[in-house]
Every structure is written in structure tokens, then in C-alpha cells.
Design a protein around this ligand. Structure first.
Ligand SMILES: Nc1ccccc1C(=O)C[C@H](N)C(=O)O
Length: 303
């Protein structure tokens, strides 16, 4: 039988009533696909990312392994449209993998359809755990965005896109204090795909073995707890929160509550549930120009 608390009344925190096993499963995206078994879903995702990156590097003009800081891992790849120009929209992508897997070298999913329409695409690396802490990753991502603004001051907008843990890192940029970076990036849009915006439940899953988050770390790095108190630098900046139909209920809740909180503030937010897609297909399908989300991204950039 269903308890009244299972329907998610406002202000309730459903994950606190879950068993350890249930919480682990809710935060294991590969278990929720309907198309493939977990290992196969992860393998397919990785293969599509590797192939898209190989293709992007073989066919597009690019600058690879560009340092945005002094650290060994502080590198980004820039892929350009055919027509040479600096006054371009720049689309920055932050890969997922629970802050402990993934790399820029297998994450150039959207390069082909976006560069074909005149968008420069930047795939950003950051130091995953255990080498990097959450605070260090957030700082690296902040510096990567400042770097792109400084290097391309005549850009026609900077758009930040992240997936899963990368959506968390992108969302943290809604809270960034740019004054200490000497530049205010021309941020025009955020695309947050299947993200985690309240990190506290992660502390009670196996993901925290590598992350070692304390409650203070989790709270300090939870945009869900902070975003209502910040004003957008640019009131026209759009924030799109996206979740896959087959993402777990906890991933749905994370995205929906973050969207609602954005709406309570001054943010120009929208929410999209992508039909017939799991956590990984959302990104895999960005290799296709006729995909729903690819089209939404292009419309947002060129509106
Ligand atoms: N490799 C990824 C890439 C992007 C986003 C999540 C993952 C994960 O591996 C999540 C988790 N370990 C899972 O098995 O679902």
C-alpha cells in the first residue's frame, strides 16, 4: 500500500525515508534504462562519446588541450564552425560521471550538429575525484568559463551545458562570484541535463566513497539551497532544466525542484521532460541534428 508520504507532498524529503538499497538504486542512473542493461548502457554511452570525439577531431577545425589554468587537468578542447570568426556563440559542455569518471576526450557529443550551425563548442576537463574535490572542480569550471570570456571577448553569448554531475557543475555557475576572476562572462543560457542539485542524498550512497563529502561540503555545493538568493547578472539569461522520461524518480525530483526554485527567483527558467529517453540517451542523441534537444538548444541560441 502507498503511504501518503510516497506521493511527495511539498516540503517533504522523500529520500530520507528510503532504505540504503533504494537510495543507491535511485542514484544509479544506468539501472533505469528500458533499452539496455546497466553495463551495456554505460558501454554504449562511452562508445558513442568516443566515436563523436574522433569524428569531431577529424572533421572540425579545433584547438585541443588548451590550458585554462596551471593544473595538469585544467585543459579544454575548442571546436570551431567552418567560417572563421571570433564573434560566435560559445557552447561549453561539462561531462557527467558522478564527479569521478568521464573525460573531455570522450565527450564531444554535440560538436557536429552545433558547429554545423555556427556555434563554437568547448569541451571542458576538470579534475575528477579522488584527485579533485568538489570545491576544486567548481573552481576549475569557474575558471574555464572566465578563460573563454577573456580569450573571446567578442563572443555572441556563452552557453553552459552539463550532464548529470556536469549539470551540477554548470548550475554552480549560476552562483559564481565573477568579480574575483576579473571578468563577467556573457552568459546567455544554461542547459542542465539530468542533474543533481541537492547533494545531501549522495552522501549516503556508494558515490561518496570517492567523493568524501561532509554535510558542509554537500550544502556549500548544493545550488538547490542557494539559487533563490542570487539575482541573474543578465535577466535575459535562460535556464533550461531537462530530465529523461526514464530517469529515476529521485532524478525527476531533483530537476523539478530545482526548476521550481529558479522560477521563485528572477530566473528565466523552463523545464523539459524528454520523451522516451533515459539518462544516457539525452546526451547520446545530441550527436543528431534532428533530435528534440539539439533543436531546442539551437533555437535558444539563435532566437
Ligand atoms: N558514466 C557516466 C557518465 C555520465 C553520467 C553518469 C555516469 C555513471 O556511470 C553513473 C553511475 N555510475 C551509473 O552506473 O549509473
Amino acid at each position: 500500500a502507498m503511504a501518503i508520504s510516497d506521493v511527495g507532498l511539498p516540503g517533504e524529503v522523500p529520500w530520507k525515508k528510503m532504505s540504503a538499497e533504494e537510495l543507491e538504486s535511485q542514484y544509479c542512473p544506468s539501472q533505469w534504462g528500458v533499452r539496455l542493461r546497466a553495463e551495456e548502457a554505460l558501454r554504449t554511452y562511452s562508445q558513442i562519446g568516443i566515436e563523436a570525439t574522433r569524428r569531431a577531431r577529424a572533421t572540425r577545425k579545433s584547438l585541443l588541450h588548451v590550458p585554462y589554468g596551471d593544473g595538469e587537468g585544467e585543459k579544454l578542447d575548442i571546436y570551431f564552425p567552418d567560417e572563421a570568426a571570433e564573434a560566435l556563440p560559445f557552447f561549453l559542455f561539462f561531462h557527467g560521471g558522478y564527479w569521478q569518471s568521464g573525460s573531455k576526450d570522450e565527450s564531444a557529443f554535440m560538436v557536429d550538429p552545433l558547429t554545423a550551425q555556427g556555434v563554437a563548442v568547448v569541451i571542458v576537463a576538470y579534475d575528477i575525484a579522488p584527485k579533485g574535490t568538489l570545491d576544486q572542480m567548481v573552481d576549475q569550471v569557474t575558471r574555464s568559463v572566465a578563460f573563454v570570456q577573456k580569450r573571446y571577448p567578442s563572443n555572441e553569448g556563452i552557453y553552459l551545458c552539463g550532464h548529470s554531475a556536469g549539470a551540477h557543475l554548470a548550475a554552480m555557475m549560476l552562483l559564481a562570484n565573477w568579480t574575483k576572476h576579473g571578468v563577467t562572462p556573457n552568459l546567455k543560457g544554461f542547459f542542465l541535463m539530468s542533474g543533481v542539485f541537492d547533494l545531501e542524498p549522495i552522501m549516503y550512497t556508494s558515490q561518496n566513497v570517492a567523493l568524501q563529502l561532509t554535510l558542509e561540503d554537500a550544502q556549500r555545493n548544493s545550488p538547490q539551497l542557494k539559487v533563490a538568493q542570487v539575482q541573474p547578472v543578465d535577466p535575459t539569461c535562460r535556464v533550461l532544466v531537462v530530465v529523461g522520461q526514464f530517469d529515476s524518480p529521485e532524478f525527476h525530483r531533483q530537476s523539478w525542484e530545482f526548476y521550481q526554485t529558479l522560477c521563485q527567483g528572477e530566473w528565466k527558467a523552463s523545464f523539459e521532460q524528454l520523451h522516451d529517453m533515459d539518462h544516457f540517451e539525452i546526451v547520446e542523441n545530441l550527436t543528431q541534428k534532428d533530435n528534440v534537444l539539439t533543436q531546442i538548444i539551437l533555437k535558444t541560441i539563435f532566437q
